[in-house]
Design a binder for this molecule. Structure first.
Ligand code: NDP
Length: 328
């Protein structure tokens, strides 16, 4: 069977990714073997296709942090051959071989049944990035966000998390402002539902004043770094930022003043270890709240062979929307 295999040269320490034939016996241990239909490209996949980013445990490695497909065989009573399933998280594609192969063998605990209302292609068009955007929206709602509270900011707007977050929020009736460093993407972002475009340069500078004008009722932040620090000072009183990503850096050069004087909340979003019931709820919400015509506008379809180049592109912030990997 075909797989994207990353190998490491122990002398130089360099890795190289290429499509190879591997034997089914090479798959890692697990209770369920899935015939993979679709996978996707997420930021973490870019790291795992490349030098590993400290995520890959051993080589040779098959990346792909998410996949959808059909159960081929199962030692677990919850799944039977023919069942359609989805996997995101659990360090699959990092510590465990992932979805960039015609088959994957995983623990039954890591799977969820294909959500009602989605097919395997749509589920991976959403993928980890879109699933995590939904978790971010749910966290803001849990902390009281409602459409009449004011505009919601989405950073890293043209990326996978950002694109899906915009489409969901706009569909739920929120006014959405999108931060992008790529002005050419303005019409794409407006079609997804953004009503305001904030140029990245306007919000990327380090914090000079800890409190700026109270502007945003919520924020889905895929960027982190100095931008997240600035956003904290622009939040309305008592409002929340969902911290999802670090495309702009892992440091947080912020002041605590927005927490103390404005009661701003910084909510951490993790998709990897989310409990099963929350996963089901997030997928149910994706099927309900993400307009599928918006999803189609976000997709670029790729094959395994294109992944080495696409992996580099996502790390450089050159990918727009979602890359769907067709493994069939
Ligand atoms: P993408 O690369 O698709 O999107 C990131 C976007 O951020 C880019 O498209 C770009 O948007 C913007 N960006 C890129 N570089 C910079 C920079 N240096 N400064 C400011 N903005 C930048 O990645 P994903 O959407 O897949 O993931 C986004 C982040 O979320 C990643 O850090 C990822 O690891 C994280 N993530 C976290 C998860 C979790 O469980 N917490 C799950 C999934 C993802 P534009 O060009 O419009 O500015």
């Amino acid at each position: 069977m075909r797989a994207l295999v990353v190998e490491k040269d122990e002398d130089s320490g360099k890795t190289r990714a290429a499509v190879k034939d591997i034997a089914e016996d090479d798959l890692p241990a697990g209770d369920v073997t899935v015939a993979v239909e679709y996978s996707t490209l997420n930021y973490k996949d870019g790291l795992c296709i490349g030098q590993g980013g400290g995520l890959v445990r051993s080589y040779p490695h098959v990346p792909g942090i998410d996949f959808s497909g059909t159960v081929e065989s199962s030692d677990d009573p919850r799944y039977a051959p023919g069942d359609k399933v989805v996997l995101t998280g659990w360090r699959v594609g990092e510590a465990h071989w992932g979805g960039y192969a015609e088959k994957a063998r995983v623990k039954a605990d890591w799977l969820v049944p294909l959500p009602e209302g989605l097919d395997t292609r749509m589920a991976m068009a959403v993928g980890t990035a879109g699933f995590t955007a939904m978790l971010g929206v749910m966290a803001l709602e849990d902390h009281g966000l409602e459409p009449e509270h004011g505009p919601v900011l989405v950073t890293g707007a043209s990326g996978g998390v950002g694109s899906v977050a915009i489409a969901i929020l706009a569909n739920l009736g929120y006014e959405v402002a999108a931060v992008t460093g790529r002005p050419d993407n303005e019409s794409y972002l407006r079609e997804l539902g953004a009503s305001t475009i904030v140029p990245r340069a306007e919000i990327a500078d380090t914090v000079k004043r800890p409190l700026e004008a109270e502007t945003w009722a919520g924020c889905i932040d895929a960027v982190g770094g100095a931008m997240l620090a600035r956003v904290l000072g622009q939040m309305k009183y008592g409002c929340s930022v969902a911290s999802v990503g670090l495309a702009g850096g892992a440091d947080l050069p912020a002041k605590v003043i927005p927490f103390l004087l404005r009661g701003v909340n910084l909510l951490g979003i993790d998709s990897v270890m989310k409990p099963y019931d929350t996963r089901l709820e997030a997928w149910r919400r994706v099927a309900r709240d993400l307009p599928m015509e918006n999803l189609e506008d976000m997709i670029e379809t790729a094959t395994l062979d294109a992944l080495p180049d696409l992996g580099a592109a996502i790390l450089e912030g050159r990918v727009k929307g979602r890359v769907l990997v067709d493994i069939r």
